[in-house]
Design a protein around this ligand. Structure first.
Ligand SMILES: C[S@@+](CC[C@H](N)C(=O)[O-])C[C@H]1O[C@@H](n2cnc3c(N)ncnc32)[C@H](O)[C@@H]1O
Length: 269
């Protein structure tokens, strides 16, 4: 299967699943490899036959959609984002939250790298200044096996390579080539299997991270619909964090940039 043919196929198929091609440009090889494997498994002659197969077997679209789930993540991904969360956002949220805990939601949490990074920052840098407060993190993902991995808390070296050395040393136990996150950091995170297109945790949250999922892969109309729902779960004064390549689908007076380049927004009304 040639790369060009697969790109053409994706440009045809993605909009039918309410997804957008630009989000997949960089990861297309991974998706194309999965599709090629499926074509082989079905003993089909190529992509045009797969198109016919999709037309004849509506349930195959679910399979195709699963090939389009990208699970790349790592601890401390986009260093400047977590630095800003640590120095500014979490501090302000902890000061202003009129509750015992700062409530966070990580949407599309992969194997826990992102919610656990928040937990690490909290316990190391914020907790000493806010001893009476806690952090509560709800982390959701649609893929059961990712959540399973998250609960185990075992990571390869590539997942933790961006973590500052002090955090790595304090929070992980090395086991051969793997790193095990200590349970103290895992206890603040609750994982739920949810497809964000169908369900979201109720909230309200002081901080929502929705990075490299909704605003990367979904089409603009779906992004807009989900943004509305996300915003109803964010308190006024709370922060919404997107991935660095993500864009809001429309401008809204409910949000103002908090850290422009890092795509961190504050809800102002
Ligand atoms: C590219 S990863 C991003 C992980 C993390 N947010 C980060 O920025 O490092 C996208 C994650 O979204 C999950 N995902 C894909 N489609 C989803 C959906 N419809 N609902 C919830 N999670 C989904 C994938 O399983 C994957 O773990």
């Amino acid at each position: 299967m040639s790369g060009n043919k697969c790109v053409e196929f994706l440009q045809w198929a993605l909009p039918q699943m309410r997804m957008r091609w630009p989000g997949f440009r960089k990861v297309r090889r991974q998706v194309c490899r999965r599709i090629a494997g499926r074509i082989e498994e079905l003993h089909l002659a190529g992509l045009s036959h797969y198109k016919t197969y999709l037309a004849d077997h509506r349930e195959e679209w679910k399979k195709l959609e699963s090939f389009c789930r990208i699970s790349i993540s790592r601890f401390y991904r986009d260093k400047s984002v977590f630095q800003f969360l640590q120095d500014v956002v979490l501090k302000e949220l902890a000061q202003e939250a009129g509750t015992d805990s700062v409530r966070c939601w990580c949407c599309g949490c992969a194997a826990g790298e992102e919610p656990y990074t928040l937990s690490l920052l909290w316990h190391h840098f914020l907790k000493p200044s806010f001893p009476s407060k806690d952090i509560e993190i709800i982390a959701t993902d649609s893929m059961k096996h990712m959540l399973h991995r998250a609960l185990k808390g075992h990571y390869a070296g590539s997942s933790i390579k961006e973590l500052p050395a002090a955090l790595l040393q304090a929070a992980f136990i090395r086991q051969n080539k793997q790193y095990l996150l200590k349970s103290a950091y895992r206890d603040s995170v609750r994982f739920l299997q949810q497809d964000v297109r169908k369900r979201m945790p109720a909230g309200p949250f002081h901080l929502i991270l929705c990075r490299y999922l909704v605003f990367t892969y979904f089409d603009e109309k779906l992004q807009g619909k989900l943004l509305e729902k996300i915003l109803t779960r964010l308190v006024t004064g709370g922060a919404l964090v997107l991935g660095k390549i993500d864009r809001l689908p429309y401008t809204t007076e409910k949000l103002e940039p908090w850290s422009e380049g890092d795509r961190i927004y504050r809800k102002i009304r």
